[in-house]
Each structure stands twice: as structure tokens, then as C-alpha cells.
Design a protein around this ligand. Structure first.
Ligand SMILES: C[S@@+](CC[C@H](N)C(=O)[O-])C[C@H]1O[C@@H](n2cnc3c(N)ncnc32)[C@H](O)[C@@H]1O
Length: 275
């Protein structure tokens, strides 16, 4: 499905069944961000997790602000006009295409997620500028070949791309597999492309994060993990991390209004350039 001049919109046949008996990360994340696109099971698990680790709310908000600063940098300073955003999440304020197209309306953005509810909302809401394009791909991050093949309908892989991987590599458990997925995706992109990572960490609240992971993994078939700073840095192998490197989301180039800029949050972030 594509939202670009002349492209078609959502059709009812695109809509898969939703399983509302199992919590899903996009909907729990939406609950933490104060959204309404979630079910009772998502709110229940979200509140359980929040009780274990009140900072999840802070981390989720800091992650979204980091996304805005990173995309702004990539459009303004690095000159990027194409983005591939894996693990879209439910539409909220300032999604990747909104930030990019506000600064450069011709920007082209492809979103990828495996949650049927995200698919339904994306089709309705992630509509871009007439000059640019916004496409949505239903695919799994564990299948980078499909992601690249589908994204190539909208993105030109001879020109630099911003690969957004916020809150998604935590669903890839093995270190080798995570490196291989990032390697395959970045390998398909030209020099000047950038990887943007956001990843939960136990570095600052080990007990809270351990309990959060225990509850999440007992309630959800899609296992999730945290990574420490060294493990996140390993995912940037072969790339040039921009200053200040791998840091809590709140500490990546904060501006005057950045929330929590004076404290560590349990979400590590980085932006790195492909040489
Ligand atoms: C925590 S949300 C992050 C949303 C957004 N990137 C952000 O940072 O605000 C994680 C997203 O990844 C998606 N996701 C989880 N596992 C996935 C998988 N194996 N393949 C594709 N998407 C996945 C979820 O559906 C959800 O939308």
C-alpha cells in the first residue's frame, strides 16, 4: 500500500484479523505514550510493567523525542530525503514522515511493522505530502530480504537512506542474528546512509528492567531483551557513530526543551553513518 501521488489507499481486503487476547508491544507502547489505540490486555500488562519500572514512560517519551531530533539532523545536516522505519508503532505525534516532510516535503518514507493493528492505522493515518511518498510494508524484521524488496518500490537504494530501528532490535534475541539483520539492511544502502538505533537497556535500572522483561516475556510469545551499551555499540559495526555515540535517548544532542535531558533513561540510542 502506498500513499503517494496516484497510488491507491487502504482496502478492506488488506485488513487481517486482530488478536486482542494477547498484549502487543505497539499497543502497550501506545498506552505508555498516552494513546487510545490499545486493548484491555495491553493496558493491563502495560500497567503491570509500569509498576515494576515507572521509568518505562520516561523512556518511551525520551525515545520519541530522540526520533524527532535524529530525523531533523538527518534531513537538515546530512541531506537525507529517504527513510526506512522498521517497527513503526501506532501513529503518534511527530512520526518519521511528519518530521522529515515538514522540513523537506519531497521526503520518501517506508514504514515496516508486523502488527495487524499498526497496519490498519498506518493505512488510515500515515499519509504524506503530495510531493513525497509514504508507504507501508507488513513484514517481519527477521526477514530483511522481504523488507528491502518491498521498500524498493518506494525508495531509491542508489541514494542515501536513514534506517530507523527504534524499539525493534530488542525483538531479535541473538547477537549474531541482530548483527546480520543490520548488516544485510545497511549493506543494501549506499555510502552516506545512516542507522538510527533505539534499544532498551538494563544499564541504569537492572532490577526494574529484569522484572519488566520477566513479565513481558511470560505474557507475550514475541520475546524481548535488553542490551547494554557495548552490545548496542556492536550493532554499529562498520559504521561511523556520530557524537555523542551510544547514550541514553535523553542525552543524544538535547535541545533547550528536551525532556529528561539531565538524567539517564533506560533506552540507549545512537546515530551512525555508513562510510
Ligand atoms: C516499542 S514499539 C516502537 C515504535 C517506534 N519505533 C518508536 O520508537 O516509537 C515496537 C514496534 O515494533 C513492532 N514489532 C515488534 N516485533 C516485530 C517484528 N518481529 N517485526 C516487525 N515489527 C515488529 C511492534 O509491532 C511495534 O510497533
Amino acid at each position: 500500500m502506498s500513499h503517494s501521488p496516484g497510488a491507491g489507499g487502504a482496502s478492506s481486503t488488506d485488513r487481517p484479523e486482530l488478536d486482542t487476547s494477547v498484549p502487543h508491544s505497539a499497543r502497550v507502547w501506545n498506552h505508555w505514550l498516552g494513546g487510545k489505540d490499545n486493548y484491555a490486555v495491553d493496558r493491563e500488562v502495560g500497567e503491570q510493567l509500569r509498576a515494576m519500572m515507572p521509568d518505562v514512560i520516561v523512556s518511551a517519551r525520551a525515545d520519541r523525542e530522540f526520533l524527532q531530533r535524529a530525523v531533523t539532523y538527518l534531513v537538515r545536516e546530512a541531506g537525507l530525503r529517504q527513510f526506512l522505519d522498521l517497527g513503526t508503532g501506532l501513529p503518534t505525534a511527530d512520526n518519521t514522515h511528519e518530521v522529515a516532510q515538514r522540513l523537506a516535503p519531497e521526503s520518501r518514507v517506508v514504514y515496516v511493522d508486523n502488527d495487524p493493528l499498526v497496519l490498519v492505522h498506518a493505512q488510515a493515518l500515515l499519509v504524506g505530502t503530495p510531493e513525497g511518498a509514504t508507504d507501508y510494508v507488513s513484514a517481519d524484521v527477521h526477514d530483511p530480504g522481504t523488507v528491502l524488496r518491498e521498500a524498493a518500490r518506494t525508495l531509491d537504494f542508489t541514494r542515501p537512506v536513514g534506517l530507523m530501528m527504534l524499539g525493534i532490535l530488542n525483538y531479535v534475541i541473538g547477537a549474531d542474528e541482530a548483527r546480520s539483520i543490520v548488516g544485510e539492511l545497511m549493506g543494501a544502502l549506499p555510502s552516506g546512509s545512516h542507522l538510527v538505533i533505539g534499544h532498551p537497556t538494563a544499564d541504569y535500572d537492572p532490577e526494574g528492567m529484569a522484572e519488566l522483561l520477566r513479565i513481558w516475556n511470560s505474557a507475550n510469545p514475541a520475546e524481548m531483551r535488553a542490551r547494554n551499551r557495548t552490545e548496542v555499540a556492536a550493532l554499529l559495526d562498520g559504521l561511523e557513530p556520530l557524537e555523542p555515540g551510544v547514550v541514553p535517548a535523553s542525552r543524544w544532542r538535547p535541545t533547550a526543551g528536551t525532556l529528561y535531558a539531565d538524567r539517564d533513561v533506560s533506552q540507549l540510542c545512537a546515530v551512525a553513518r555508513k562510510p
